[in-house]
Structures are given as structure tokens and as C-alpha cells.
Design a binder for this molecule. Structure first.
Ligand code: ZN
Length: 440
């Protein structure tokens, strides 16, 4: 049966207009002048009530059931799908993180078998590389040709288990450039961080705030600088995840001016908070232990400026919630607190409230940064836009309704909400995934 959404106020990445939307077989079959499809026979009419109609969003950076020494991250594919839908997100990109020495395809097959029947939104993977393998080139090629992988991911931090060094990075970048894939890089200087962690712990400085102090802005920008030099050499398409500091953003802006193939992502947590979140009790501050950490205020202001100037391509969440019980693993040692926080269901309203309503950027930039740019960068050709032929992934967004964000009412499976108590204007009301209405 056809579904008609009449008089929709559509916000696309390039324009804001009114139209009737016709959905057939999971696709948007046509857009017509407002009111013209109301009399369509055998159609179900879904009224919007005058709210905004957005393309289903894409979050290119999400971790579900991530294995850590404190156990799996709190959201699995089922609760993660729910959190996505609650936030108007119809496609999430998770990571396959092989154990060091494990073959890429084995890890990928395991992840596919664990998730394939359980996602109620679009799900795709960035293939992680956790160490050099003798047949790396061949393995990466198989991931691309046989499994449709379009992106790889490396960590420069966490060398003790999944991170890699710059020599390995250079070799991987050369292969990725040859395969035409994009490489996601978590850029933090491992040794600088490790030394600072040791210094703090030796002095008995064990609280969560030392997590932030052991990963200073320089630990990010130093790594970014080295990676950009490797981009010049290898021409590898490189996507910097979760940029948190001003100097890093500046280096990326300069690289873009030189037309290097670099892309950058930031996250709401770096745009909304400053490092005062690390002042207070363990219970108050441990939720903000994620990497990179939240920076002093001046960084936040400059990140907004860089968003405005186009340095950033995407705003993702790095969604990776842990419960308070899991965070307690680091009660006496900040290096044992699992790194991560949830945000998947809040990104669209948060950015509407803190950016669009405060005129930091336009409705179109909101859609570009949260949705359509990711579709373009990661080759999701039928998503990111409300247009004939696209998947019928659609979110109704009420721009007036206010909500107070709280763990008690969230879809993510976690008792912590880093946005606890914030009241934001803007609420996702209905979501269609491939033409099926999935939340009301
Ligand atoms: Zn991440």
C-alpha cells in the first residue's frame, strides 16, 4: 500500500520546501505539489501536524557491545537500534574491532553473525585494524571486494591492545589509498598519554579529572599533525574521528586549504560541555570519562567557529554508554574507568537546540552535518535526502516541543545520561525506516 504524507515541511540538505511525499515499497516514489496526492486511492494518509520532516539521520560513529575489560558497552544492537530511532536516526555505523593478530574477515564474519537479524535500522561497519598482519593487503582487499567494506579504522591510542604505531599506519594508508577506501583515525599520542597517566598515578592522583589532564589537547594535535604529513605522502582519504580541541581543528582546516583528502568529525559532548564537568565526586565526573575528554571553554568556542567555517564534515556521537557499575571499575584508578558515553538519541535535538535555535548554523547545515555529509562520505547513495528514489527513511521533528533529558526516560540501556537535566527544544515524533513507521 502507498503511504502519503501530505503538506510535509521538508528540510533537505540544500533546501526547505513543502510537498506531498508518496512512499511505495520502502522507497520515496514521488514528491508532488502540496495537496495534490490527498485523493490517491488505496493509500494510507499520515498527517504531520505541521512539524518538520527530515531525512532519517545517519550516525557514522557508534559502538554497540564493545568489548572492554569492564565488560561489553551497555547498548547492544537491539537497544542501540531503539536509541537510534528515538533520536531520528535510521542508519548507524558501528565498528568491527579484531583482537590483535586475529584475521579481519574472521572478526567481520563474527560481527555480522551477531547482528544481522537484530538491527531495526540500517547498520554498516567500519573495519578496524588492531595490528599489522603479514597478509594485510590481501585481507583488506577481501573486506572490500567480498564484504563491501568501504572504510577502515585505526587507533593511535590504546597501543596496549588495539592501537597501532605510525609505521604500521603508513603501510595501512598506502593500501587504503590503493583500494580507494577511507581510513578513520582516532588520533591521540599514545606515549604522551601513557607517561602522564603514570605520573599522576604515582602521585596518588586517581580521580576522573586526571583522565582529562592525562590526555591534553596537545596529545590530539600532535597526532593529527603526524597523520596529516602521512596524508601528504600517501594521498590516503583520511577521516579524523571525534575532534575535541581547537589546535586540531586548525590543523585540519589548513590541510583542507591545501586540498588534502581529509575529513573531520566532532561530537555534541565537545560542543556543549567544558572541562568543569570533571569537578566533583566520582559519581558526578566518571560519566564524562571518554576519549578524547572534554576541553576547557576556549576550545568549545573555537570548535563552533570551525563548524561555521566548514572545517567539520560531520557531527557524530561516538555512542558507547557504560553503566555506573561499570564506571566503578576505576573508582581508585582513572585509567580503569571504561571510556565512553551514550548520545545516539540526543544528537538531533541537541544540535537543533544549541546550534539552529542559537543561530550558530542553519537548518540546512544541521542536516548536512548530522546526515547527508555522512551519506556522501561513506557512499550511502540512497540515504541522507528526501527525494524520489531514496529509501523512505524519514523523521518527523517537532521544533517547538521541549524535553528534559534524563536517564530515567532514555531508550539507551544505561543508568547514566551525560545530558541529565538539560532541557532542549525539539523532539523526534515519528520515524519511518524504509517506509515502515517504527516509532510514534
Ligand atoms: Zn569511538
Amino acid at each position: 500500500m502507498k503511504i502519503i504524507i501530505p503538506h510535509a515541511h521538508i528540510i533537505n540538505p540544500d533546501e526547505f520546501f513543502r510537498a506531498d511525499i508518496c512512499i511505495e515499497n520502502g522507497k520515496i516514489s514521488s514528491l508532488e505539489s502540496p495537496g495534490t496526492l490527498l485523493d490517491t486511492e488505496d493509500a494510507k494518509i499520515v498527517q504531520t501536524g505541521g512539524v518538520f520532516v527530515l531525512p532519517g539521520s545517519i550516525d557514522p560513529h557508534v559502538h554497540l557491545s564493545l568489548e572492554t575489560p569492564a565488560g561489553l558497552s551497555a547498548d547492544d544492537i537491539l537497544s542501540g537500534s531503539d536509541a537510534a530511532l528515538a533520536g531520528g536516526v535510521t542508519h548507524i555505523m558501528d565498528f568491527v574491532t579484531p583482537l590483535r593478530g586475529q584475521s579481519l574477515t574472521k572478526a567481520l564474519e563474527k560481527k555480522i553473525s551477531e547482528t544481522q537479524y537484530y538491527a531495526s535500522v540500517g547498520l554498516s561497519f567500519h573495519m578496524g585494524i588492531s595490528g599489522w598482519l603479514p597478509d594485510m593487503e590481501q585481507q583488506m582487499e577481501i573486506c572490500v571486494k567480498e564484504y563491501g567494506i568501504k572504510s577502515f579504522k585505526v587507533y593511535l591510542a590504546y597501543r596496549e591492545n588495539i592501537g597501532i604505531g605510525y609505521e604500521e599506519l603508513e603501510k595501512i594508508m598506502k593500501i587504503s589509498a590503493r583500494l580507494g577506501t577511507i581510513l578513520l583515525v582516532h588520533a591521540e599520542e599514545h606515549e604522551m598519554i601513557e607517561n602522564l597517566q603514570k605520573e599522576f598515578l604515582e602521585k596518588g592522583q586517581t580521580e576522573p579529572k586526571y583522565h582529562a589532564l592525562s590526555r591534553p589537547p596537545k596529545s590530539e594535535s600532535t597526532a593529527i599533525k603526524k597523520v596529516i604529513n602521512l596524508v601528504k605522502e600517501t594521498h590516503c582519504k583520511t577521516y579524523f574521528v571525534h575532534i575535541s580541541s581547537a589546535e586540531s581543528a586548525h590543523l585540519i582546516a589548513e590541510a583542507k586549504k591545501e586540498s588534502l583528502p581529509v575529513y573531520a568529525e566532532t561530537c555534541p559532548q565537545y560542543l556543549i560541555f567544558d572541562d568543569s564537568v570533571y569537578e566533583g565526586s566520582f559519581e558526578k565526573t566518571a560519566p564524562y570519562v571518554f576519549s578524547p575528554p572534554v576541553r576547557p571553554k576556549q576550545h568549545r568556542e573555537l570548535l563552533w567557529q570551525h563548524l561555521h567555517d566548514g572545517t567539520f564534515d560531520t557531527i557524530a556521537t561516538d555512542h558507547c554508554p557504560f553503566t555506573m557499575e561499570q564506571k566503578m571499575a576505576g573508582r581508585d584508578n582513572f585509567t580503569l574507568i571504561p571510556n565512553g558515553a551514550g548520545g545516539l538519541e540526543f544528537r538531533i535535538p541537541l544540535l537543533f537546540h544549541y546550534a539552529v535555535l542559537q543561530e550558530k548554523f542553519s537548518l540546512q547545515q544541521w542536516i548536512k552535518l548530522c546526515t547527508s555529509n555522512a551519506a556522501e562520505i561513506f557512499g550511502l547513495k540512497e540515504e541522507g535526502k528526501i527525494a524520489p528514489g531514496a529509501d523512505a527513511n524519514i523523521a518527523f521533528f517537532n521544533p517547538v516541543k521541549q524535553n528534559t533529558l534524563t536517564a530515567a526516560k532514555q531508550a539507551q540501556q544505561c543508568d547514566i545520561n551525560i545530558y541529565e537535566g538539560l532541557t532542549v527544544r525539539g523532539h523526534v515524533e515519528k520515524v519511518f525506516y524504509k517506509g515502515e513507521k517504527v516509532i510514534i
